[in-house]
Design a protein around this ligand. Structure first.
Ligand SMILES: CCC(=O)SCCNC(=O)CCNC(=O)[C@H](O)C(C)(C)COP(=O)(O)OP(=O)(O)OC[C@H]1O[C@@H](n2cnc3c(N)ncnc32)[C@H](O)[C@@H]1OP(=O)(O)O
Length: 300
């Protein structure tokens, strides 16, 4: 079963070409709520951009704004503009369109492989190996097996189990579902695409990493506030930098932290580590976070 090709490759990131530099994407997993998953739109935009660059060029960064909510009822069109082709760097601008209007604007830059004596990186945090940790689904089953669990909590968790998220996630510090204590705005997950992708197509692995990197990212900014729940949260922008080769169908450590929240917004930053400690990619995102108290204050 593990050798089944990842749905991210066969479906989500497999765009239909409509014309030169014009593509159509389909949806796979749509989160609860009425908007498309941002990671899907960024991943598909990067696929569209990468189709117009030479094979010797690799994505090194992307910068996106989510300007409208994506509508799950209709497909997304991706229109690529060939902004510049240089000797080393090539830039593409992609507009994701629904109902004739942009939902995402994305700039992606590609670079030829160039060796350099300048080379450093932070050190990967020391964490338990993925084989010693439980998946989110296993953690939910464990939680559901407790005798005193409230009916509404049960329903919420069962809905989570019914999700067909095409990525596997193993939290390093298992979440306390419905926790009421504040935590530092930091979290660590092992993540990988479900199914097989295989070695060799670095362009594709960058697109999968773009998809994966939006998953649960913004939630990091809510960890210090267990007494508030998001009544509206959405990513406003997303940026990524790709540093080295990696495989997204192998476990990677996603280190997320939120250095700031204020003014109904939160900033999150992340690092995707290869299992052998090589820094694969860095990410940043700002999101809108409109919250309300979990329990209404007493009127007495
Ligand atoms: C996992 C994370 C993800 O993947 S999220 C998915 C990717 N990101 C997105 O889909 C975001 C796409 N972008 C957007 O939807 C827009 O740019 C957003 C962020 C909504 C822009 O916000 P804004 O300029 O407020 O838009 P808008 O005027 O259309 O209002 C949208 C709804 O929000 C409300 N709103 C507005 N301001 C306030 C406020 N200060 N306090 C409370 N509510 C506010 C508006 O009334 C409107 O509500 P409604 O939709 O009419 O019910």
């Amino acid at each position: 079963l593990a050798d089944l090709k990842s749905v991210l490759v066969t479906s989500v990131l497999n765009l239909e070409m409509l014309d030169v530099d014009l593509y159509r994407g389909t949806h796979h997993w749509v989160p609860r709520g009425q908007r498309l998953f941002g990671g899907q739109i960024v991943g598909q935009a990067l696929v569209a951009a990468a189709k117009s660059v030479n094979d010797n060029l690799f994505a090194h960064s992307l910068h996106c704004y989510f300007v409208r909510a994506g509508d799950p009822k209709v497909p997304v069109l991706y229109q690529v503009e060939r902004t510049r082709d240089g000797r080393s760097f090539t830039v593409r601008s992609v507009k994701a369109i629904q109902h004739g209007q942009p939902i995402l604007i994305c700039q992606a830059s590609f670079h030829t492989l160039q060796p350099s004596p300048l080379q450093h990186q932070f050190t990967m945090p020391g964490v338990p190996q993925p084989e010693d940790l439980l998946t989110v689904e296993e953690l939910i089953h464990l939680y559901l097996s407790k005798p005193d669990i409230a009916e509404n909590a049960k329903q919420g968790l069962n809905k989570l189990l019914a999700n067909e998220v095409p990525i596997e996630v193993k939290p390093v510090n298992p979440p306390h579902f419905y926790r009421l204590s504040a935590a530092e705005p930091k979290q660590l997950f092992w993540v990988r695409a479900r199914g097989h992708i295989g070695e060799g197509n670095m362009k594709l692995h960058c697109c999968v990493a773009a998809y994966v990197s939006d998953y649960a990212f913004l939630g990091t900014a809510l960890l210090p506030y267990p007494n508030y729940r998001a009544k509206f949260s959405a990513s406003l922008d997303h940026a990524m930098w790709f540093h080295s080769t990696f495989r997204t169908d192998e476990w990677m450590l996603y280190e997320c932290e939120s250095p700031w929240a204020g003014g109904s917004r939160g900033l999150v930053q992340g690092r995707l580590w290869r299992r052998d400690g090589v820094l694969a990619a860095s990410c940043s995102q700002e999101g809108v976070l409109r919250v309300k108290p979990v329990m209404e204050p007493s009127k007495l």
